[in-house]
Design a protein around this ligand. Structure first.
Ligand SMILES: CC(=O)N[C@H]1[C@@H](O[C@@H]2[C@H](O)[C@H](O)[C@@H](O)[C@H](O)[C@H]2O)O[C@H](CO)[C@@H](O)[C@@H]1O
Ligand SMILES: [Zn+2]
Length: 320
């Protein structure tokens, strides 16, 4: 591919911080290996809560200045991951954070949840046809945990993958491009359960008063659904630093973290995926026994029932 690196990865996320929480180690790994890593974030996270009291004035019901502040947090997080190509869908502020499901903000003018799907997907088609990624990562249809912006980010990403490959769709946006492999963010239930078990054992040694539960982790599925695991242990510090850069949203005390609801969760450095489009490569982690360090330096105890080997590289089987 003329003038493009051989390996090109596109990630589509809803808010600044989702990319570091879900894929920080994956992004840092591939960026370090010379792949082109492109992040598209669909909103500025304007409706988020604010953890540090000194920044409380940024809140949507105060100065409503959280969105621009989170743009800066995202830039700092990308610097920690070594990712230089990060964009906002349709440009910064084109789509506004919709708030949690059922909130009045869901229907505020400009809210991402009420965006026209093909109009929003059209903005992403322009990026796909420019970057020509072989691999796309986004959320499952429930957005991991049912947040409207996550659900909409899934819909826009999947629709854009379809439209980008259609030669009849908006030729003005560039030559058609077929994304070879599409992955959804997932966490295997055994890994989440063993990680929370360890967290509960040491909770009194953490700065967090309460621990969350497996149900608080987005995209938890039974083991056989997982097709791919990326061992990002070498990038644990980068991931933790990127998460820490999202100061208004996340408090990090490795290998644990908490979002604004202050419920501690494990910080996973093996990141897991479900391949939903493209060919699963034949080689991979042997099928017997649990593998991969489910958290920073803590071996996972989660055994696996899937008979198929898991991929250990998102780009396995794709052409440059
Ligand atoms: C990780 C993520 O998607 N965060 C979103 C989410 O934030 C949650 C929200 O503030 C909720 O009120 C808290 O209890 C919870 O702890 C937060 O994770 O929703 C926000 C509003 O849409 C969004 O800005 C934030 O990025
Ligand atoms: Zn989010």
């Amino acid at each position: 591919m003329k003038d493009l690196p051989d390996r090109r990865l596109l990630l589509v996320h809803a808010h600044p911080d989702d990319e570091s929480i879900n894929n920080g180690a994956t992004m840092a790994k591939y960026a370090a290996e010379g792949a082109r890593v492109t992040l598209v974030t669909c909103t500025l996270g304007e409706e988020g809560e604010v953890i540090p009291p000194a920044l409380a004035h940024l809140a949507p019901d105060r100065d409503d200045a959280l969105g621009p502040h989170r743009v800066g947090e995202l830039a700092a997080a990308m610097a920690e991951l070594g990712v230089s190509d990060h964009r906002f869908l349709g440009g910064p502020g084109r789509y506004r954070d919709s708030g949690m499901m059922g909130a009045p903000q869901n229907h505020r003018p400009g809210a991402f949840w009420s965006a026209d799907l093909d109009e929003a997907a059209g903005h992403l088609v322009a990026v796909v046809r420019e970057v020509r990624p072989q691999v796309l990562i986004t959320y499952d249809p429930n957005g991991g945990y049912g947040h409207p912006d996550h659900i909409q980010a899934h819909r826009v990403a999947m629709r854009a993958a379809e439209l980008a490959a259609d030669p009849g769709f908006r030729p003005d946006l560039g030559a058609p491009w077929e994304i070879a492999k599409i992955y959804w963010n997932r966490v295997p239930r055994p890994v989440a359960e063993s990680a929370f078990g360890r967290l509960r054992e040491v909770l009194d040694k953490t700065p967090f008063a309460k621990a969350g539960s497996v149900d608080d982790v987005p995209g938890v599925v039974d083991d056989p659904v997982i097709t791919t695991e990326i061992d990002g242990a070498a990038f644990a510090v980068a991931k933790a630093s990127a998460m820490r850069a999202h100061v208004t949203q996340i408090e990090v005390a490795e290998p644990w973290f908490a979002l604004s609801n202050a419920l501690a969760q494990p910080l996973l450095t093996t990141e897991y995926y479900e391949l939903v489009r493209g060919e699963r490569s034949e080689t991979g982690v042997p099928s017997a026994g649990g593998r991969g360090s489910g958290e920073t330096g803590i071996p996972s105890a989660g055994g696996r029932v899937s008979a198929d080997p898991r991929e250990t590289d998102l780009f396995q089987g794709v052409a440059p």
